[in-house]
Write a protein that binds this ligand. Structure first.
Ligand code: 13P
Length: 288
């Protein structure tokens, strides 16, 4: 069933578990993500991001993401991740996405507040939800998604006091926080600022979002969720799981695309299922 962020994240925050956002650029990824969620009876957030649109155009994706979410037997949010342009966020809402992340984190604070407030009013007018970013979450060099700023920037970490003002001034439903993660592969083991997660969670009432979830340890997930993270974003891990499955198949002598597709779906489904279990959202679909 089609859901928005509030439908799945408010119970997650209350129950101290997290719901995974998994980005998809094609039908196989979308199918694998929904299959894993249905198998584990978990709510899930199915998305795409502005930087991924060259691999799967927004309108084409909406033709199957929205109907697949409606038909699913578990709550599925259809989310536009890291929308940097207001026009693209509006397009996503018109195409039936139930949630957007408007990312103006690269702008000066006042402009981030001003533009995010405007996007929040629009999203809510569509009955959709909105996530925004404060501070700035960077990307490793080889990330397929993410944002302008590369790599970890400690000066860009989210300030808890500013976070409280940002959420009150904009009316966003969820807040993405910069606490030591980056998008893409980590060159060195990430060191999360757990006390900052705890302080931000104390300061704001809305659910908190951890981007750059691929490559974090089980302990990192458990601790950040315990301290107040309610949504974790994943793409690199499933993107690479799909490619590795194809690589193994080609090396073993398979030559046809139709040999690769089932293996790609199976690999992504198992990667998504592993994350759902780690995030504690298994079995939580029935609460809606
Ligand atoms: P990874 O690709 O590092 O998992 O990050 C995903 C993400 O944060 C999407 O917004």
């Amino acid at each position: 069933m089609l859901a928005n962020l509030n439908d799945v994240l408010v119970p997650a925050k209350r129950g101290r578990y997290a719901v995974g956002l998994f980005n998809s650029v094609n039908l196989e990824l979308a199918r694998a993500i929904i299959q894993a969620a249905e198998r584990l009876r978990a709510p899930v957030i199915l998305g795409t991001a502005e930087v991924l649109l060259p691999f799967g155009p927004l309108e084409e994706l909406s033709w199957f993401l929205v109907p697949m979410a409606k038909r699913a037997s578990v709550p599925v949010v259809v989310h536009f991740d890291h929308g940097m342009s207001m026009q693209l966020c509006e397009n996503a809402l018109r195409l039936g996405f139930t949630s957007i992340m408007y990312d103006a984190s690269w702008l000066p604070y006042d402009e981030n507040v001003r533009d995010t407030r405007e996007m929040a009013a629009m999203a809510h007018g569509f009955g959709a939800t909105i996530e925004a970013e404060l501070g700035h979450i960077g990307s490793s060099e080889n990330s397929a998604e993410g944002s302008a700023q590369t790599d970890l920037c400690e000066e860009c970490f989210t300030d808890p006091v500013q976070a409280r003002d940002f959420v009150r001034s904009t009316g966003v439903d969820a807040l993405a926080v910069a606490v030591g993660t980056v998008h893409g592969h980590y060159r060195a083991a990430p060191r999360l600022d757990f006390s900052r997660i705890a302080s931000i969670a104390q300061a704001v009432e809305v659910p908190l979002v951890l981007h750059g979830g691929s490559g974090l340890s089980d302990v990192d997930f458990a601790r950040s969720i315990e301290l107040g993270i309610s949504k974790v974003n994943i793409f690199t891990d499933i993107n690479c799981a799909a490619a590795s499955a194809c690589d193994r198949a080609l090396r073993s002598g398979k030559t046809a695309l139709t040999d690769l597709i089932p293996l790609e779906v199976e690999a992504v489904e198992s990667s998504v299922a592993e994350k759902i279990r780690l995030f504690g959202s298994e079995g939580k679909a029935g609460r809606y």
